[in-house]
Design a protein around this ligand. Sequence first.
Ligand code: FAD
Length: 542
Amino acid sequence: MCEMVIQTLRQVVARELPDDKVMELDAMDHFPEDIIRKLLSPDVGLHLIFLPEEFGGLGGGARDICKVSEEMASHDLGVATAFLAICLGTDPILVGGTPEQKSKWLTRIATEGLIVAYGVTEPEAGSDVASLKATADRILDADGNVTGYRLNGTKQFITNGGVAQIYTILARTPDGLSFFVVERGTDGLSVGKHEEKHGIRASNTTGVLMEDMDLPAENLIGLDEGQGLKQANAVFGYTRLMVGAFGLGGGQGPLNRALAYAKTREQFGAPLVEKQGYLLKLIVENWIDLAAGRAHMEQVAMQLDEGATDLGTEGSIAKLWGTEAGNRAADASIQALGGYGYAKEYVVEKMRRDVRITSIYEGTSEIQQSIISLYRWKESVRSKGGFYENLAVDMDRLHEAEPEVGAAMIAAAFRGLNDVVMHMHKARLTRNQIVMFTFADMMTVCEVAGAFAHKAGRLHEQGDPQGEIFTAMSRVFARKAVRIVSEGAGLCAGGWTAEQDPEALTTAEIMLKGVMVRFPVAMTAGLWPDMVLVGAYLKSKS
Ligand SMILES: Cc1cc2nc3c(=O)[nH]c(=O)nc-3n(C[C@H](O)[C@H](O)[C@H](O)COP(=O)(O)OP(=O)(O)OC[C@H]3O[C@@H](n4cnc5c(N)ncnc54)[C@H](O)[C@@H]3O)c2cc1C
């Protein structure tokens, strides 16, 4: 099903969004409503992938949504963002609606191809959603029964804000935050300022204003006040993965162009792709980072599709890695094209501007770092280090079965990470946000490396033609896990000062030596040869 949707998407994109059209939309800061309508039409029905079959959708799973998201983002992240907002806006109904509400709204979204917007952010409530000020006061009848709600407030940066037919709006009811469904044309609802943006200029972003906007009580999602934050968090489980996929696609799109360019551009008598440093620094490292992020995302999506819940931290890791790696890849792609990368004509410049948003919306990178470090630190302490030791043991087993994927290095990295987390906890230095952010970076790379090694091992075991190259890529990434834990340990050790604790330097030294001894040079040797191998593969790739 997913392959069919992707094929249709490719055909429509090739027809409707060639490079010159994409650049025109960017220059004009124009939302292509006609193209979005075609994508939502019964012929294409792209939105159907995330709607359940019982309401007229295709019932796609997380894996399907991630693949389609990455594909869309590799073409145009502005158009992809319009879809993200439809998915986001629909999700509160999907996760929190009553059966009647689901049947009414989801069926309409599926069959009428409605554009939806998700209204949470406010001028003074961005990352801190719980502080939002929009109010939804009860409207009572003569007997004191709630017949409706009166909404007042301002929403900021709402994707599809100026073009949506349906909005899901989060506002403060007497019993807490609650989502409401609002139809375009409702009295009191108006569109605010259109934002002129750095990138994704083909997406429509506006304020949404509510002035004495009355809604019937039946528009309260779930018909129960105070469920909004729970619903918003449930939504994040999927959408953060989706934005992680945007990061991967938004980085892979320009990187594909950079690789193609490097094969034809000659300097100093040879194509750029033949320059070893250029190839390894600008193309190979980023290619591997994106491939690793994809493996991790596939793993999380599969767990979601198998019914796993409580994968919020995994979703944050997927978002943090996918979007940061996508940003780095797009930036390196400009560098790979030199002056032409900086010129608009080659599109890479626009793609780099576009992907920048992915580490901001749906929870910034710093918010993801906070979530990852907080939950993993708590879990590590609760399990007395058992959480990461279990992942290390999993890597020991993988190493026995598939010794070529670098799992022994990842096992050592997990154990080194564990040492740092437990030492810092004991020293009560986890109160420092910089320590927690460093934890998050180490945890992210180690967990992504684990997923990548499993994928490489699987492909190798199955005799897949990609098996050899994936094992080489996994070894390169495993060394990244070792490197980040070494660096992170050094940074964390910098938190001890002799003034606070006379034994400080000794304690820091014990921690550092303990971590470093896990990483003998012989274990991590061979980095460049593996990267050269991957480079040779990319050079031969048509
Ligand atoms: C193009 C675009 C489309 C968007 N679409 C939508 C949409 O459809 N619906 C919607 O509801 N919202 C949307 N948003 C809003 C988006 O989700 C927010 O911009 C984002 O969550 C960040 O909030 P903020 O901009 O207020 O930044 P702030 O929360 O003010 O953050 C500013 C900086 O401070 C950092 N920071 C914040 N808190 C902490 C902390 N505790 N510790 C350390 N650092 C911190 C952040 O990481 C960031 O670097 C969109 C935004 C943009 C730009």
